[in-house]
Design a protein around this ligand. Structure first.
Ligand code: OOG
Ligand code: MG
Length: 254
């Protein structure tokens, strides 16, 4: 069993590394097995010298659930190898079919795990930032089931973090403008993320605890897309402006 899960983890890791799509997995996988595959595929990255930097939440807004047809929250694990400098660029060749989505990110000053309330989550937050997630499914046609996407590290691929602010003001309804090449593609609000993005951090603490993990001091937690994701083409400049937080941007180059 473990051997089979490890094989699937390597297949997914190879697909990510070589930017070659693979077919969807066996539909009989359980969610426990899918997270086990995710962990095994992360081990491949750590063996190559990548370092864990936090986690990302998935399907925390109605828009994301509707776009992908999945309504259960999930998480994926982030490494330093996925970081794109704010204002920087990344090559289209690194991805199968890249998409970008507007998010906010939290930086933690204290560990979190298990059942916590929003006050406890907020007390552990050191900073909040506008963030763009570059997702890339390793499955053909960007189509997957819940267990497929969890095994594929929840499509984690790249992230851009804008300037950090102290989270000492109301984050419940910050306007978000998402542009590609200067054209507005999505307009949203931080309220789309579970009513308040802190609820995503609360959910993250609970979800990782179910897998025997915890959020660590220094971790980045991506709260999840506030709107549907946008497909990207080489040459495009992607920019997110979040009210009171500022701008995150990057270019996809050929
Ligand atoms: C899965 C990841 C979902 C989000 O922000 O909701 C996600 C996907 O849509 O490929 O990152
Ligand atoms: Mg996302």
């Amino acid at each position: 069993m473990t051997i089979r899960l490890n094989q699937v983890a390597h297949r997914l890791d190879d697909a990510a590394r070589t930017a070659q799509a693979i077919p969807q997995l066996d539909s009989a996988l359980s969610l426990d097995e899918a997270y086990a595959i995710q962990t095994l595929s992360m081990a491949c990255r750590y063996e190559r010298g990548e370092r864990r930097i936090g986690i990302k939440m998935g399907f925390t807004s109605r828009a994301k659930m509707a776009q992908m047809g999945i309504s259960e929250m999930i998480f994926g694990q982030l490494t330093d190898g996925m970081l794109i400098e704010n204002g920087g660029s990344v090559s289209r060749a690194c991805f199968v079919h890249p998409r970008a989505e507007p998010e906010v990110a939290f930086l933690l000053r204290a560990p979190l795990s298990g059942r916590i309330d929003a006050m406890t989550a907020m007390a552990a937050v050191d900073g909040v930032a506008p963030a763009i997630e570059l997702i890339d499914s390793r499955y053909k046609d960007f189509k997957f089931s819940l267990t497929d996407v969890v095994a594929d590290n929840s499509s984690s691929s790249g992230l851009v973090i804008g300037p950090w602010s102290r989270a000492d003001f109301d984050l419940s309804n910050l306007g978000m403008i998402f542009e590609i090449d200067g054209r507005v593609k999505q307009i949203g609000s931080s309220a789309a993320i579970l009513g308040h993005p802190i609820n995503s951090l609360v959910a993250a603490a609970g979800l990782v605890a179910e897998r025997g993990l915890r959020l660590e001091a220094g971790d980045i937690v991506m709260a999840g897309g506030a709107t549907a994701a946008e497909a990207l083409s080489p040459g495009q400049l992607v920019r997110l402006t979040v009210q009171d937080l500022g701008i995150a941007s990057f270019s996809l180059v050929a």
